[in-house]
Design a protein around this ligand. Structure first.
Ligand code: RP5
Length: 159
């Protein structure tokens, strides 16, 4: 049974979804992925959400990005929204973030499909000791990478 449902507003959002998939695979978290548009196929969005057994939804959309909010309207499970960049950027960002009270979407940054996956894993880890350990290890790796990067670029010039 997929733990995460990824819904794309369009096939053109696939490069962002690929970032999500990479992270979910790293954490061995199962997922399903579908394309469904809030504007072009609203019934399909409703059916996908209502018939899914996933614990967390990740909705990825650009332009007037209604998809994450519409997904949230059909479920009480957590919904993470990923705004996709375009000519304006604020259009999708504000569409995902500015939800009315009572129906929140957890918004990540523009094109941050990777962060959406990490957040989904953090939600799933609440009830999963194994995932908690893997997340802790992941954070350590991030810290080590910063130190390694610093070693590579550090310079000191004393005149
Ligand atoms: C949104 O419109 C989609 O999520 C996509 O980011 C954007 C453009 O869609 P296409 O015209 O490329 O299908 O609904």
């Amino acid at each position: 049974m997929p733990r995460v449902s990824i819904i794309l507003g369009s096939k053109s959002d696939l490069p962002v979804a690929e970032k999500t998939i990479r992270v979910l695979k790293d954490f061995s978290v199962s997922y399903e992925m579908n394309v469904a548009s809030a504007h072009r196929t609203p019934d399909r969005v409703e059916n996908l959400v209502k018939n899914s057994d996933a614990d967390v939804f990740i909705a990825i959309a650009g332009l007037s990005a209604a998809l994450p909010g519409v997904v949230a309207s059909f479920t009480i499970k957590p919904v993470i929204g990923v705004p996709v960049s375009g000519k304006l950027n604020l259009d999708s960002l504000l569409s995902v973030v500015q939800m009315p009270g009572g129906v929140p979407v957890a918004a990540v940054g523009l094109d941050r499909g990777d962060n959406a996956a990490v957040l989904a894993v953090e939600i799933l880890a609440i009830g999963n000791g194994g995932l908690k350990e893997t997340l802790t290890e992941y954070r350590k790796e991030q810290a080590e990478k910063v130190l390694k990067d610093s070693e590579e670029v550090s310079e000191c010039s004393i005149l």
